[in-house]
Each structure stands twice: as structure tokens, then as C-alpha cells.
Design a protein around this ligand. Structure first.
Ligand code: SF4
Ligand code: SF4
Length: 211
């Protein structure tokens, strides 16, 4: 899931100030689960922004152009009258809504990471979409995301009793987690496998996928 956090209201007010007529769009998927852009949060935002809001809608998945077309069809008239749209979705949703409409689309949320959900309000950063997944070699624990230095070949000298030196020894050292997991799985041979520097072109050049 894409994890988001709502921007401070003062920032949203400042961003929306130049526009007299706003249309607010919420996200029925990730932002609903994060409680940052679900029906309740959209209703709160509409109330807080007051008279300048001329309409609002929920889109099941604003990051999917097909669903924007379907869910916003009934609102096209109102949207055409708006000066700007406030999107309560991740940055992908903001951009997709921008592709669907010819309006200025403003982001109400900060997009934080691709995360694992433990419960509503407790999420963990788990994947940076690197384009070269090595979870098969690391016991299903991602060192790119969970090691503060993104190390590929075991821990640095900064771990103490399984905790990472970055951030005052609060977070687990990813490489200690990886060692323990591989040990449990009887796959420790993978721990000493050398992994060459990553080819970052696989990440930076993957800007679209068509099949
Ligand atoms: S290695 Fe980590 S960052 Fe890369 S795709 Fe796999 S989980 Fe995501
Ligand atoms: S202590 Fe562990 S998690 Fe922290 S930077 Fe070093 S290897 Fe990475």
C-alpha cells in the first residue's frame, strides 16, 4: 500500500489560497486505509475549506485513469467550473487526476512510502521499488529499504546488539534481521554471497511499463 500523511492544514490553506473554486477528490483505496483521504477526511476538508469548495467526490483508485474516468464522469460539469482540484491521494493519484482533467491539481497529502500495514495508523516502510528485487537472497527482508545505508553485503560496523547506529540504536539492523531469518531458514550460504554494486539505471530508466 502507498502510505500517506495529510499535510498541515495551514499548508493546504496557503496552497489553495489563489483559487476561488475548489473540487476535492478522495481516494477509496490506500488513502482510505491510511485515514488521510477517505470519505470522512474529505468531508472534514470540505468543511474546513468552507465556501470555496464547489463539490467533492470519492474515486475508488485515483491512480487508475480508467477509474477516474468512471467515478468522475457524473462530476464533469462541476469539475469544469472549478479553478483547481485538491487531491487527497498519493502523488500518483494527483498526477493521474491531472492527466484526466485539464485543471491544476494540488496535493493534500505527503506520499511517504510503499508500506506494510500492521494496523490502521501503524505502517512500515518496506520497498523503494528499486527495479532489481533481491528478496530471494535476503530472507524476504529488504536491505535497500530497511538498512539505513542501503548496504548489500552484510552489516556495517555500526550495529550494536542488533540495533542500527543510525537513529540512536532504536531500529533493528536490517542485516542482523537478514542473518537471523536466513539462519532460521537454513539458507545461511546466501548471507556470504557477494552482491555487486547495483545498476541504478534499472530504476532511473524504468519510467513506464507497457505490455
Ligand atoms: S529489493 Fe527492496 S526495494 Fe528493491 S524491489 Fe525488492 S523489496 Fe523493493
Ligand atoms: S547498523 Fe545495520 S541497518 Fe544500520 S546502517 Fe549498519 S548495516 Fe545498515
Amino acid at each position: 500500500m502507498i502510505i500517506t500523511r495529510q499535510k498541515p492544514f495551514e499548508e493546504i490553506q496557503e496552497m489553495t489560497a489563489p483559487f476561488d473554486k475548489l473540487f476535492v477528490i478522495g481516494c477509496g483505496t490506500c488513502s482510505t486505509s491510511c485515514q488521510t483521504g477517505g470519505e470522512e477526511q474529505v468531508a472534514e476538508m470540505v468543511e474546513r475549506l468552507g465556501d470555496k469548495v464547489i463539490g467533492s467526490a470519492m474515486v475508488e483508485e485515483p491512480c487508475d485513469l480508467r477509474i477516474d474516468r468512471k467515478d468522475l464522469k457524473a462530476h464533469r460539469g462541476t469539475i469544469s467550473e472549478a479553478d483547481a482540484i485538491l487531491a487527497m491521494s498519493c502523488g500518483v493519484g494527483v498526477q493521474t487526476i491531472g492527466d484526466y482533467t485539464d485543471k491544476v491539481v494540488l496535493p493534500a497529502l505527503e506520499t511517504l512510502f510503499i508500506g506494510e500495514t500492521e494496523r490502521i495508523g501503524k505502517f512500515y516502510d518496506r520497498c523503494m521499488a528499486c527495479g532489481e528485487c533481491i528478496l530471494d537472497e535476503t530472507g524476504g527482508i529488504c536491505p535497500i529499504t530497511r538498512c539505513a545505508k542501503g548496504l548489500l553485503n552484510g552489516p556495517c560496523g555500526g550495529q550494536v546488539e542488533g540495533k542500527c547506529e543510525v537513529g540512536e540504536y532504536i531500529n533493528d539492523c536490517a542485516w542482523v534481521l537478514i542473518y537471523n531469518r536466513l539462519n532460521e531458514q537454513g539458507r545461511l550460504d546466501l548471507f556470504t554471497k557477494f552482491r555487486p554494486p547495483r545498476d541504478y539505471s534499472k530504476k532511473t530508466l524504468t519510467t513506464e511499463l507497457i505490455f
